[in-house]
Ligand binder design. Sequence first.
Ligand code: TMP
Length: 254
Amino acid sequence: MARRKQVYEGKAKILFEGPESGTLIQYFKDDATAFNNKKHAVITGKGVLNNRISEYLMLKLQDVGIPTHFVRRLNMREQLIREVEIIPIEVVIRNIAAGSMSKRLGIEEGTMLPRSIVEYYLKSDELGDPMITEEHITAFGWASYQEIDEIMSMALRVNDFLSGLFLGVGLKLVDFKLEFGRLWEDEDMRIILADEISPDNCRLWDVKTNERLDKDRFRQDLGKVEEGYQEIARRLGILPEAGPRDMRGPETIQ
Ligand code: TMP
């Protein structure tokens, strides 16, 4: 394969220069980290599953009018994306108490929240992604008031759509993290969904048993991490069981 220029390496992905200007290639690694890099492992096959799951979800979101950076999947581990200026904020949307919210506020994991709650964290490994408010975001110029409004409303639309999609295959979307970027077209700028949507950045529980099928299996040493990710892909109908031609549609759970 021809050598490509690497433009960025994160904990779970690498970005390479794309074939034309304004594009990048997003490569999904098998590496997993948790607790801001304190815990690290290689989960064989994770990158392939996340590439496929993120493609599927981004395309579904595009179908309902949410603009995303996704262009097309290139191969098992890579997808072509549009180059954006990443807004340095992790947007977390929560439907059910879990993880850091349960810990911080003393709410039992699994408690249904009175309404969906959106939180912001500064994307900074050095600082351990501290929680921030709209006040910090606008005062320090990480995003404008108008951009924050747009991000918040897009995040809630994504949440509504994905909650329904996952419920249809027997999964509760407990919480998830999104990232957004600025895309310039001539003089115009718009905000689009970037990064990935996969079990690395979503909590997904089985509707009937509350079994965790996402990265919490790794964070909490529950074992069978890849199997959890595979189960999510299988339910979405995108896990090729007998090779790449064996792609079924989603399985509906009554
Ligand atoms: P939290 O409960 O640990 O704050 O996580 C909330 C959601 O955000 C959960 O679905 C996992 C996701 N997340 C990331 O994608 N990246 C991160 O660095 C963290 C802390 C959480």
